[in-house]
Design a binder for this molecule. Structure first.
Ligand SMILES: [Mg+2]
Length: 310
């Protein structure tokens, strides 16, 4: 038996993250075990239609489209796309992300100014939107993909902890797209994390860490990434990993979106249940009513993989 192709893994990353987001959306801020207790999947709730993806995937698509249209990072353009999106009144947007995007400050200082005033800015809001950029930058190698992740994260998050977590996710996806084991790559990935943040990430990514040991709500970047890696480590397939992430409760859509990116890169798009992708859709507020479906996300992933390796 052969494993998934590189393109199948790239599509798995983008589609898997979107599917995780939509699967988890109805249970956001709820207790643990809600998905299993309900006994049906992708059926909506909590203000979300069945299969509707949230801000996590919407922002990931904005990142992906900016990269493709500009042939690489165009940070002022991406910030403007984020602002147009938030002006379109998405159903959900992270508090910090909304504050930064609507502050009126220029793209290159808005997040830093917010961090100066609020001090706490290590939410998972940059981690959640990384699937497309992780596919795009993978071919450029470890340092380039981690650097790009940090710069995209810094558009909305002034806290370096958020940058480093997003950089780690980019690197783990890169390794998985190569067909290697992202868990085996953790020590090397941690070596590339800024020294001020290495120990704390080392703790939540250690083999004996589990979500019960989290010291913050999983809306923070450390337990969110730690929980996604835990879900990947303690399961043996895509759907099982993403279900485990949703059943943790809390910030279910985002923990599952991050898990879905990792598990999709590892297992490939064919591992994503058909009844998840059938209803999956991504409305794009601020776009004049565009909606992306599973086939659009697949095509987007293929374009990202092709353009990034050029
Ligand atoms: Mg969300």
């Amino acid at each position: 038996m052969t494993g998934p192709t590189r393109l199948g893994r790239a599509a798995g990353t983008v589609l898997g993250s979107a599917a995780g987001d939509a699967l988890g959306a109805p249970y956001e801020f709820g207790p643990a075990g809600q998905l299993s207790a309900r006994g049906e999947e992708m059926c909506g709730g909590g203000g979300w239609d069945p299969g509707e993806a949230t801000d996590d995937t919407q922002m990931a698509v904005l990142v992906a489209e900016s990269l493709l249209e500009h042939g690489g990072l165009a940070l002022p353009d991406l910030f403007a796309r984020f602002q147009q999106w938030v002006a379109g009144e998405p159903k959900d947007v992270g508090l910090q992300t909304e504050d930064v995007l609507t502050s009126g400050a220029p793209w290159d200082v808005a997040a830093a100014l917010h961090f100066q005033v609020n001090a706490r800015a290590a939410g998972n809001g940059s981690l959640m939107r990384a699937a497309g950029s992780a596919v795009y930058f993978a071919a450029a190698g470890r340092d380039a993909t981690m650097d790009a992740a940090r710069r995209i994260a810094a558009l909305t998050h002034g806290d370096r902890a958020a940058w480093e977590g997003t950089a780690l996710l980019h690197e783990l996806v890169r390794v998985a797209l190569d067909g290697s084991d992202p868990l085996a790559a953790l020590p090397a990935a941690l070596d590339a994390v800024h020294p001020d943040h290495r120990e704390r990430y080392g703790r939540v990514l250690a083999p004996d860490w589990h979500p019960g040991l989290a010291t913050e709500f999983n809306g923070a970047v450390w337990p969110c990434l730690g929980s996604a890696v835990w879900a990947l480590r303690t399961t043996t397939g895509f759907a099982q990993a993403v279900r485990a992430a949703v059943d943790l409760g809390g910030d279910t859509d985002t923990v599952a979106a991050v898990t879905g990116a990792l598990a999709g890169a590892r297992y490939g798009q064919d591992a994503i249940p058909g009844h998840w992708t059938a209803r999956l859709h991504v409305p794009l507020p601020g776009s004049g009513g565009r909606v992306l479906y599973a086939d659009d996300l697949r095509a987007l992933a293929h374009r990202l993989a092709a353009a990034g390796s050029r």
